[in-house]
Design a protein around this ligand. Structure first.
Ligand code: COI
Length: 352
C-alpha cells in the first residue's frame, strides 16, 4: 500500500550550522521528523514535520506505566552520495515483536518502511560521510491515553527521528560483570526493545561507571552465572579461535548487528557458536590466555572492542591493538555501509 504523508517543511535547514567534523552521538537532529497517531484501531495523522518539541498531557500513560518501545538503525552514503538503509525490514519486524510483548499495536511493515525511506531521502544531506559516522534512525512508539489507573492504552504515537552520529564508543570498552543487579529473566521483557529495560540498567551502570567501567555485562537473573548482553550491545568472545556469543533465550535482545556478524563470520569460515556461556569459563580462558578478543555489537556501537572485563576480584585485560577478528568485522560492516565492500547479502536498502 502507498500511504499519503502530510509534509510540512522547515523554512530554513539547520544543516549549515552543523559541524560535520565534530559529530556527537545523539545530540543534534536533522530538520524533520515523522509522526503518526494510533486512534480507533487505525494509524492516522501521517505527517512529516519540522523537528520540534511536542506537547503531552501530564497523565500520558507511557510516562506512568511505561508502554514505550524503540528501534535504532542506520543509514549511510556511498561516494556518489546515494543513501542506503541497513536492514530496515529486520528493524520493522523486531519493532513489531517489541510492540506485541508490550501489548501495543502493530505498525504495518509497509508503513514503517515508507516512513523511514521518505524521511531518510528527505534528510540525506544530513548523512555524514566521515569514517565511523552515519545517520541514526530512531523510530519509537508510546502510549498516549491520559489516564491514572493501570490499563492498556487505546491510543499511541509513533515518531521517527533522524540524526547524524559519530561513534558511540571512541575508546575500548571496560565491562563489569556483577551479581547484585539483573537486567532480565526468561519470560520477562529482555528481548523487547522496551524503554524500561534501559531505565532498569541505569543505576547499576552508574555504579559501574563510578568504579571506572563503561558498562555492565549482564548475567542471567536466576543463577547469575550465564552471560546475557551488555545492554548497549550484544557480546562476543573469541576463545581458542572460536567465536562465541550467548544464545538467544528470550532475555537477550535479538541484535541485528549480532545477526549480521554471525552471518559474516560463518561466511568467512570462522567457527561461530551460539550457546550458554558462563562468566567463569570466560574469566578462566582470560587467565590461561585462550581468550583473545571480546567485543560488543549493536547499531550504535557497531563493533566495539572490550579492553577489560572484571568479575568479583578477577580482571581480564585484553590487547585491543591486536584484535584481528573484531577489526575485520568492523571494517566489513562499515565497508558495506559506504559501499566499498560488496553487499553480498543484500542488506542495504537504497533510500527512496
Ligand atoms: C542501538 O544500538 O541502536 C541502541 O538502541 C543502543 C543504545 C545504546 C543507543
Amino acid at each position: 500500500m502507498n500511504y499519503t504523508f502530510n509534509i510540512t517543511k522547515v523554512e530554513k535547514s539547520a544543516i549549515h550550522e552543523f559541524d560535520f567534523d565534530n559529530i556527537p552521538f545523539g545530540k543534534v537532529f536533522a530538520d524533520h521528523m515523522f509522526m503518526a497517531d494510533y486512534i480507533d484501531g487505525q494509524w492516522t495523522n501521517l505527517t512529516i514535520q519540522p523537528m520540534a518539541p511536542i506537547s503531552t498531557h501530564p497523565a500520558n500513560m507511557a510516562w506512568h506505566y511505561g508502554q514505550a518501545i524503540f528501534e535504532g538503525m542506520k543509514a549511510s552514503r556511498d561516494a556518489e552520495g546515494n543513501a542506503f538503509i541497513f536492514r530496515p525490514e529486520m528493524h520493522a519486524q523486531r519493532f513489531n515483536k517489541s510492540a506485541f510483548r508490550m501489548n501495543m499495536p502493530q505498525m504495518p511493515e509497509d508503513l514503517f518502511m515508507q516512513a523511514v525511506h521518505t524521511l531518510v531521502s528527505m534528510e540525506k544531506e544530513w548523512i555524514p560521510k566521515q569514517e565511523g559516522s552515519a545517520m541514526y534512525i530512531r523510530p519509537f512508539m508510546y502510549a498516549t491515553d491520559h489516564s491514572i489507573g493501570i490499563k492498556v492504552s487505546n491510543t499511541y504515537r509513533f515518531i521517527i527521528l533522524v540524526l547524524p552520529v559519530g561513534p558511540y564508543y571512541n575508546h575500548p570498552v571496560k565491562l563489569l560483570a556483577q551479581d547484585k543487579y539483573i537486567r532480565a529473566v526468561v519470560g520477562g521483557v529482555g528481548e523487547a526493545k522496551a524503554a524500561g529495560n534501559y531505565a532498569a540498567a541505569m543505576y547499576p551502570t552508574t555504579l559501574a561507571k563510578e568504579a571506572g567501567f563503561d558498562q555492565v555485562v549482564w548475567l542471567d537473573g536466576v543463577e547469575k552465572k550465564y552471560i546475557q548482553e551488555v545492554g548497549t550491545m550484544n557480546i562476543f568472545f573469541v576463545i581458542n579461535n572460536e567465536i562465541l556469543t550467548p544464545a538467544l533465550d528470550g532475555a537477550i535482545l535479538d541484535g541485528i548487528t549480532r545477526n549480521s556478524l554471525i552471518t559474516l563470520f560463518k561466511d568467512q569460515g570462522y567457527k561461530v557458536t551460539e550457546r550458554r556461556i558462563t562468566i567463569d569459563e570466560v574469566m578462566e580462558a582470560g587467565k590461561n590466555g585462550n581468550l583473545t578478543e571480546i567485543f560488543g555489537s549493536g547499531t550504535a556501537a557497531v563493533v566495539a572492542p572490550v579492553s577489560t572485563l572484571q568479575h568479583n576480584e578477577e580482571i581480564v585485560e585484553l590487547d585491543t591493538n591486536n584484535r584481528p577478528i573484531s577489526l575485520w568485522a568492523y571494517e566489513t560492516i562499515n565497508g558495506m555501509r559506504n559501499r566499498t565492500i560488496e553487499d553480498k547479502f543484500g542488506w542495504l536498502s537504497p533510500a527512496k
